[in-house]
Design a protein around this ligand. Structure first.
Ligand code: NI
Length: 188
């Protein structure tokens, strides 16, 4: 089994009981988004991108009580990965989060791609579905979920790093605006 296949098996086990939009399905979409963007860049490290995408939520504070990327590090050392590559993956994971990094962009191309990949999955139809699924799980009312669009999701299109992600983000942004418009009309 390759390290990528092992990472997929690892997250499947870790996220087994998660159905709030942060589970395996989200991670697999981020992984595929990242590969789709990465194919436009000859000089990127695909293994680092894949592992950072697959492991980007394994220490998410909303889901796990770990410190210092413990789950990611546990997996990567079990795979006998070199220490400097483990650091590379963990640095990317830590630079991806929206709340922890506000306006900051990751420095490496690999980090930029994974951040874009994760943010794309918070937009469009899938972003809408995830917002209400997560809101429901936390007992949030609809107004607070709608607020989340204004506080975060509608800001994402201007924060993309790569031109490939920007293009996809434009469409997903437009769709969210249409949705909010329609929702507003139906609610009144
Ligand atoms: Ni994520």
């Amino acid at each position: 089994m390759s390290v990528i296949e092992n990472a997929i098996a690892y997250i499947q086990k870790l996220f087994k009981e998660n159905a709030d939009g942060h589970g395996v399905d989200h991670t697999m979409r981020v992984y595929h988004n990242a590969l789709n963007i990465a194919k436009h860049y000859d000089l990127c490290d695909l293994e680092i991108i894949s592992l950072a995408a697959l492991l980007h939520d394994v220490d998410d504070h909303k889901l796990f009580n770990t410190i210092n990327n413990a789950n990611a590090r546990y997996f990567l050392s079990r795979e006998n990965m070199d220490n400097d590559r483990i650091e590379l993956v963990c640095n990317i994971i830590n630079s991806v989060s929206f709340s922890k990094n506000k306006g900051k962009h990751p420095e490496s191309l690999e980090g930029k791609i994974v951040q874009d990949a994760d943010r794309l999955d918070a937009m469009g139809a899938i972003g809408i579905a995830r917002t209400f699924a997560y809101g429901g799980k936390c007992g949030r009312d609809m107004d607070s979920s709608v607020n989340h669009f204004h506080e975060k999701l509608l800001l994402l299109k201007d924060l993309m790093n790569t031109k490939e992600a920007k293009e996809i983000a434009e469409n997903r942004h437009r769709f969210m605006e249409q949705f909010l418009c329609e929702l507003n009309e139906e609610i009144i």
